[in-house]
Design a protein around this ligand. Structure first.
Ligand SMILES: NC(=O)c1ccc[n+]([C@@H]2O[C@H](COP(=O)([O-])OP(=O)(O)OC[C@H]3O[C@@H](n4cnc5c(N)ncnc54)[C@H](OP(=O)(O)O)[C@@H]3O)[C@@H](O)[C@H]2O)c1
Length: 207
């Protein structure tokens, strides 16, 4: 697959690392092209300025802080028909709460900003350190929950998740991002509050 990751920070670089390893053609983009270039080069990805990075790709992973999402999306230009993977967690400044919830979610707000694109929530319940390390947890593999309203876009994201070795768990419509974003809050509590560290990930059991 050919895809663009917007943001080259903890999450953007971790996902880029895994996608490149899986054989995808990855472009990184961000506001500072010098920095994007340095990270892209180290990971075997291509670097492009924001206004060129959406042109020839079907999928964009939006890996910027939630409050920067509108600016980043606007800088990308026309996103009609594109699959936008939203990884964001709308955290308060102290990381102890969410700024959005109950009646909407970060993913739904982002979808409102790009009504002609197909937004799929995914990866938000994993620490970036898990993305860097990869899917394996001993004999088990990490789960990536994905939620969206377009079946084809969800199939694309499911394939992307599975291509890097994670279990892709269909979490329903985009509205269910209202549940997935608080799960990330709980994950942060376990990792930092309860001291379990960042090599942890939530999963759903079935029997
Ligand atoms: N860190 C985690 O463990 C984790 C886990 C799950 C989900 N998330 C979510 O993933 C997203 C990224 O988190 P992160 O930890 O990777 O953050 P980060 O390390 O601070 O990286 C953010 C990236 O976004 C870029 N950026 C910021 N504003 C931008 C704009 N207006 N246009 C284009 N690029 C912009 C930054 O580059 P410049 O500032 O140089 O432009 C940087 O490359 C957040 O929404 C977060 O909630 C994080």
């Amino acid at each position: 697959m050919t895809l663009t990751i917007v943001g080259y920070g903890n999450v953007g670089s971790g996902l880029a690392k895994q996608f490149v390893k899986a054989g995808h053609r990855v472009t990184l983009t961000g506001r500072s092209l010098d920095k994007v270039q340095a990270v892209a080069e180290s990971l075997g990805a291509q670097a492009l300025p924001l206004d060129q990075a959406a042109k020839n790709v079907e999928v964009l992973v939006l890996a910027v802080p939630y409050d920067q999402a509108p600016a980043a999306l606007a800088a990308l230009g026309d996103l009609k028909g594109k699959v936008i993977v939203d990884v964001s967690n709308p955290l308060t400044a102290d990381y102890m709460g969410l700024t959005v919830g109950f009646s909407t979610s970060a993913a739904e707000e982002i979808a409102k900003a790009v009504p002609t694109a197909h937004v799929v929530k995914a990866f938000n319940t994993l620490f970036a350190q898990v993305m860097h390390q990869g899917a394996g947890f001993g004999d088990a593999k990490g789960s990536v929950f994905f939620a969206g309203d377009e079946a084809k876009a969800k199939d694309t994201v499911k394939a992307l998740i599975e291509s890097i070795g994670f279990d892709a768990v269909d979490a329903g419509g985009l509205k269910n991002a209202r549940y997935l974003e608080p799960v990330a809050g709980l994950n942060i509590y376990f990792g930092y509050g309860a001291g379990l560290g960042t090599q942890i990930a939530p999963a759903w059991l079935q029997r």
